[in-house]
Design a protein around this ligand. Structure first.
Ligand code: SF4
Length: 482
């Protein structure tokens, strides 16, 4: 997962904590859980709530009735970590008034800092990494004997495939399904390989079962999550091998990402299938042809580019150059002309010259993305870039370059939305518009947000909407009455 989707969410949600709603008041102990960062973290929080629910915890929205407070943290940029440290300060008063309160940190920042977290943040009792969530009941019990507790072991096998996530903060229409964990790419700016470990793919049957259960419970959209979904490959578990290394027998039963997409799409034509994040170095035409073959696989791809200059991409160790990336864009346009494309861009990476920056601007003009998640380079400790390169682009220069990139993208986002004016689009309703109780909002297959008067429609409905206006972020329309 690029800093997309880490991010799809990161800047947009700005690590905003998503409060998890009360499940049942059964007198059980109360768990208060906040999630920061990417979709993978939100999905992990649903797994954590399930593991602790089995151990007798109800998840509550009410911080003041909680017995255990867990922050699922993000380490993608310095400001994400600062936000968690700031939030921990809010719990000081609570801990004073309730000394038995257990405060724990989970996720990527916990894995990156390990015991340093306990040393630096005295308020924290428990530290658990992304592969240690099954140990949480024991870690909490350890804290309740008066000790600090930690488990930051990374696993080569763990996929939590047998854990049935507790859907929290959900709109009851769309849900995440994590299909793999970890990442074997070593992009030089990224902490994920250090905080989430080696890549491992989850059993496809457990993924299809989860999608079927969601559909049976009224959900109408699933998003398959992975740091790099294109390298998904399941052939029976065990240490990861590339397809070429598999025995004939293993090849016979292997399921790659295209195969998994078709299996999930076959659950029901009424179940939309999305996925994130794709990797330009691994994305195959087979995946694109599978998307084109199934109407319910949404015509939207998040394909992080990070930079438009091949030398910068080489320094980023991204594993592809500009021509390779543009070849993937051309393949998408050829196989699915109506497919929307979004991306991630990091500006001001180590040694980036004005010319190299201009290459990013020219690539954005050439592709014309529907959306983009745009960041300034933030040096992360222990990464390849931190060890090999100087973070030498001046802050004001990073600010100027980011401003230019955002300007170009907002022009393209508007242009791409204007191309839909006058068309009728199929919208899956997700909920009531934030701006007006009289309006509903939902998304097209291309992930475009559409707002329209609600009439008799409700969340979960597929509605044909005629688009009559737009902004760079939203399409405005009216439902076609059958
Ligand atoms: S190492 Fe690269 S592919 Fe893997 S999560 Fe980080 S940015 Fe994404």
């Amino acid at each position: 997962m690029s800093n997309h989707t880490q991010e799809l969410l990161e800047e947009s949600r700005q690590g905003e904590a998503t409060l998890l709603n009360a499940i049942t008041a059964s007198g059980n102990r109360k768990l208060y859980l906040e999630s920061y960062g990417c979709q993978m973290n939100f999905s992990d929080s649903e797994i954590v709530a399930s593991i602790l629910s089995e151990a007798g915890y109800d998840t509550t929205k009410n911080l003041y009735e909680s017995d255990v407070v867990l922050l699922n943290t993000c380490a993608i940029r310095e400001n994400a970590e600062q936000r968690v440290r700031q939030r921990l300060k809010d719990f000081q008063g609570l801990k004073k008034s309730n000394p038995r309160l257990v405060v724990g940190v989970l996720g990527c920042m916990a894995e990156r800092l390990k015991e340093k977290f306990l040393e630096e943040e005295k308020l924290v009792d428990l530290v658990a990494g992304p592969d240690a969530y099954r140990a949480l009941p024991d870690l909490i019990a350890e804290v309740e004997t008066g000790q600090k507790a930690m488990n930051v072991l990374l696993s080569l096998e763990e996929t939590y495939a047998d854990i049935n996530p507790v859907r929290m903060g959900s709109n009851g229409v769309s849900a995440f399904i994590s299909i793999m964990r970890g990442c074997d790419n070593m992009c030089s700016f990224c902490v994920v390989p250090f905080t989430r470990g080696r890549e491992r793919s989850r059993d496809p049957e457990s993924i299809v079962k989860e999608a079927q259960e969601l559909f049976d419970n009224g959900f109408r959209e699933v998003t398959l999550l992975g740091q790099n979904v294109d390298s998904y490959l399941f052939y029976g578990g065990g240490p990861k091998k590339d397809f070429k290394q598999l025995s004939e027998e293993e090849k016979g039963r292997a399921v790659n990402f295209a195969g998994l997409l078709a299996k999930v799409a076959a659950v029901s034509p009424l179940l939309r299938v999305r996925f994130t994040t794709s990797n330009p170095g691994d994305m195959t035409d087979e995946v694109l042809e599978t998307m084109a073959a199934w109407p319910n696989i949404c015509k939207y791809i998040h394909l992080p580019v990070q930079s438009g200059n091949s030398d910068v991409l080489h320094r980023m160790n991204r594993g592809y150059d500009r021509p390779t990336y543009m070849n993937r864009i051309a393949a998408i346009r050829r196989i699915m002309p109506d497919c929307a494309i979004s991306t991630d861009i990091i500006t001001g990476f180590c040694g980036e010259t004005e010319e190299e920056h201009k290459d990013t601007l020219s690539l954005m003009q050439e592709v014309g993305y529907d959306y983009a998640y745009m960041f300034q380079y933030s040096e992360r400790p222990r990464t390849l870039a931190a060890r090999k390169f100087k973070d030498d682009v001046a802050q004001e220069e990073k600010n100027r370059r980011l401003k230019e990139i955002i300007q170009i993208q907002s022009e393209w986002s508007l242009k791409r939305n204007q191309e839909v004016l006058g068309q009728t689009v199929e919208v899956l309703v997700e909920g009531v518009s934030k701006k007006s109780e009289e309006d509903l909002f939902g998304r097209t297959s291309q992930y475009k947000v559409v707002v329209f008067p609600k009439e008799q429609f409700k969340p979960g409905d597929y509605v044909q909407v005629k688009v009559h206006d737009c902004t760079s972020a939203t399409l405005l329309g009216k439902a076609l009455t059958s």
